[in-house]
Structure formats: structure tokens, C-alpha cells
Design a protein around this ligand. Structure first.
Ligand SMILES: *Cc1c(COP(=O)(O)O)cnc(C)c1O
Length: 397
């Protein structure tokens, strides 16, 4: 039996355990401590962010970001549709409503022209959104300059969901550092992980201080536990921040390894008819957090789902590209501006195993399985036809 090849698994370096041991040795087993402070500082140095607050998850960071820019019950928030549900769920925590925006074919992220158009239309009827949440998908930055410009024109705060894009660049800078607030995730499947964790960054020191305040139950500066606001328990543990510090040391290596995965996949499969890889935008460097491709079933001879099943048959985990949020039952009532590009990327898009700890022989196995997938699906189709023919031959009454 072949060993299972997973989509994206944690990959520890040499220093994480040292930092964790230090937390134990000094008994800083708390959601505050020296590792948390150092993790925030080192994260700022690495990304160029001015201020950072380490939190328990990327979702928590989005929740706080929305609240910090003033999103309230009944407000609307524009949001990328091609993304993970965690991008939009916190909009609903606040009683606000997401309005989804379609992707651009060249980078798979929010289409700036659609955003500009939608904002103008909303300004005309006096119904502007309270915030915009843009996602940097699969390790690739959105085309952020025109998005920032459009938001600035209408004085709408921009929140960047860079959960999947730590280590990427846009014109030499880190996605997540362009908007009013940026967020990152250190969940187990991300490019670096603290097992669970997140970061909120901003140029505004007061905003980040407010994030820390809200993340620790909004305790007023009084010895008797006084509260004038509703807070949350969203701070990162000092133990996990230790893991994060170790992981920051190897981020560049992780990016290089994931880009190498992509190069190997692309050179082996790029010429197959009907296969196209997610393009890398000209404005920056993608981390290739996940290697994604689209499959044209007519030319390739099998569709995305058939390929996924052929891989699963060989103990290889691949996943469809995110199902657009406007197609999710839970967001069925929400408006979507455009949507056909995201729908097409979902229908044809597949994410391949992309961990930085994959071995060359793992990649070879995935490549062989994809190359053989159209044969595999032809065979299963033949088997099904045979079964159907056989069953129709059963005597009927
Ligand atoms: C992972 C992810 C999140 C959520 O981060 P968690 O740390 O898992 O809460 C949000 N947005 C996107 C695009 C993600 O991929």
C-alpha cells in the first residue's frame, strides 16, 4: 500500500522546540509572554508591517479587523467570492452582510475593475459598503494598487486577508501591508504554522493596541477587572508563539520548496493538452502555497472531479479550488457582483499536494497519477457502462 500524500502538512524547522522549551523552562505557559512580543516584532521585520498583534487564529484576526474599522449590524461588506469561508464568516458574526466580488482571470483574485464599478454604482444610490475584504489566494497577491486606490476614493477601509500569502510579494512588498489592516494565519495547513494562530497588522499603532485590548477580554486599566466594552479571548499562547518564531526562521526556505514543487509539476504536466497552471501575476512573486491547475475535460479526457478521484484511488489528496462563497448554501441570499470567473475556476480547478516537505518521489507519484487519470476515468466509465448494461439485462416484471 502506498503512503498517503497529503495536500499541505506542517513542516517544522530546527529551532521551534528550543523556543517551546524556553517557554516551559521559564513557565511562560500563558497567552502573554516574551515569545508573543518577540514573534510580533520579528513578524514586522519580516513583512515590513509597522505593528502586529499575535492572535489565536486568522479568523479571530478578521473578526477583530472588521470590528476595528467600525463594521456593525446591518452594514454591508464587499468581499472576494473565491476564497475559504473563514474570510466571510466574521462579517456575519457582526450581523453585517457580505456582498461578493468576482475574480480576475490573470491572478484569480478580486477583479479591481469590478470593485471600482460596484463602488461607483453604490455611491450613486448612497449605499456604500462599510469595508472591503480582499483575499490573496493560494500564495499570490491580488492586484492591490488599484484596489487600494478605489477604496481610498470612497474612504472605505480595506482589510487584506493574507492568510494564504505570507512570503509573497507585490511590487517587492508583502501583501497584507497595503490596507488599513492585514491578517495572516498560522493554521496547520498554511506555509508556516503554530498549529493554530493568526496575526493582525496595521500602520496604525492605536488600532493594533485596540486589537490586543479586545483580544484579552477588553479589560480596562484597573486592578479589579473592570470592563466598559465586550471583549474576546483571542490572544496567541506564548508556547505557540515560540513555534511561530522558529517557523519564521525557515519561511524563505518554505517558499523556495513550494515554488520548486510548482516548477516540477509545471515542467512535467504543463504540456499536457487541457492542463493549465494558475498563472503567476507580473506584479510580484507567488509563494505557490498550493500548486493549482485547471483541467479542460474535453481536451484532457477527464474532468477535475475524475482526476481528483483517480488521485484519491492512489492515496493522493487533491482538492477542488475553493467553492465560491456566493455558491455556498449559507450565503445563498447574498448578492454577488459577477461570479462566472470564480465559478469556472471552481468547476475546473484542482489543488495538488504542495507541502514543503514533499519528496521528489512523492511529486513523481502525483505526476504519474495525473498523467494516467484520463485512462483511469475511461476505464471506470467502461466498467460503469458494463455494469449498467448488465443490470438492464436483469429480467423485469
Ligand atoms: C486559513 C484561512 C483563513 C482562516 O485562518 P485560521 O487561522 O484557520 O482561522 C482565512 N482566510 C483564508 C483565505 C484562509 O485560507
Amino acid at each position: 500500500m502506498n503512503k498517503q500524500i497529503l495536500l499541505s502538512t506542517p513542516h517544522m524547522g530546527d529551532r521551534e522546540l528550543e523556543f517551546v522549551k524556553e517557554a516551559f523552562d521559564t513557565n511562560w505557559i500563558a497567552p502573554v509572554g516574551p515569545h508573543v512580543d518577540a514573534f510580533e516584532q520579528e513578524f514586522c521585520q519580516l513583512t515590513g508591517a509597522s505593528h502586529a498583534a499575535a492572535l489565536s487564529s486568522g479568523t479571530a484576526a478578521i473578526h477583530l479587523a472588521l470590528q476595528l474599522v467600525g463594521v456593525q449590524s446591518g452594514d454591508e461588506v464587499f468581499c472576494s467570492t473565491l476564497t475559504f469561508a473563514a474570510t466571510a464568516n466574521p462579517i456575519t458574526y457582526l450581523g453585517a452582510k457580505p456582498v461578493f466580488i468576482d475574480s480576475d482571470r490573470t491572478c484569480w483574485n478580486m477583479n479591481p475593475d469590478l470593485l471600482r464599478e460596484a463602488l461607483l454604482n453604490r455611491a450613486r444610490v448612497g449605499k456604500l459598503p462599510k469595508a472591503v475584504v480582499v483575499v490573496h489566494l493560494y500564495g499570490q497577491s491580488a492586484d492591490i494598487d488599484p484596489i487600494v486606490e478605489a477604496c481610498n476614493q470612497y474612504e472605505i477601509p480595506l482589510i487584506e486577508d493574507a492568510a494564504e500569502a505570507l512570503g509573497a510579494t507585490y511590487k517587492g512588498r508583502s501583501p497584507g501591508t497595503f490596507g488599513r489592516i492585514g491578517i495572516y494565519s498560522f493554521n496547520g495547513n498554511k506555509i508556516i504554522t503554530t498549529s493554530g494562530g493568526g496575526m493582525l497588522v496595521s500602520d496604525d499603532a492605536a488600532l493594533v493596541a485596540k486589537a490586543r485590548f479586545l483580544a484579552t477580554q477588553a479589560r480596562d486599566p484597573a486592578p479589579h477587572y473592570q470592563h466598559s466594552e465586550i471583549g474576546y479571548n483571542y490572544r496567541l499562547s506564548n508556547v505557540l508563539a515560540g513555534i511561530g518564531r522558529g517557523q519564521l526562521h525557515v519561511l524563505n526556505e518554505r517558499v523556495a520548496a513550494r515554488r520548486r514543487n510548482f516548477e516540477i509539476y509545471a515542467s512535467a504536466l504543463g504540456n499536457l493538452p487541457g492542463i493549465e497552471f494558475m498563472p503567476e501575476a507580473t506584479f510580484g512573486h507567488s509563494t505557490r502555497w498550493l500548486t493549482c491547475l485547471t483541467i479542460d475535460p474535453a481536451t484532457f479526457g477527464a474532468d477535475r472531479e475524475q482526476v481528483r478521484l483517480a488521485l484519491a484511488e492512489q492515496q493522493i489528496e487533491a482538492r477542488p479550488v475553493w467553492k465560491p462563497l456566493h455558491l455556498q448554501p449559507v450565503f445563498a441570499e447574498c448578492e454577488c457582483i459577477g461570479g462566472t470567473v470564480a465559478e469556472d475556476l471552481f468547476a475546473r480547478g484542482l489543488c495538488l499536494p504542495s507541502g514543503s516537505n514533499l519528496r521528489t518521489e512523492d511529486l513523481e507519484r502525483v505526476i504519474q497519477a495525473i498523467a494516467g487519470a484520463s485512462e483511469f476515468s475511461k476505464n471506470t466509465e467502461q466498467q460503469e457502462i458494463a455494469r449498467l448494461l448488465h443490470s438492464t439485462k436483469e429480467p423485469r416484471c
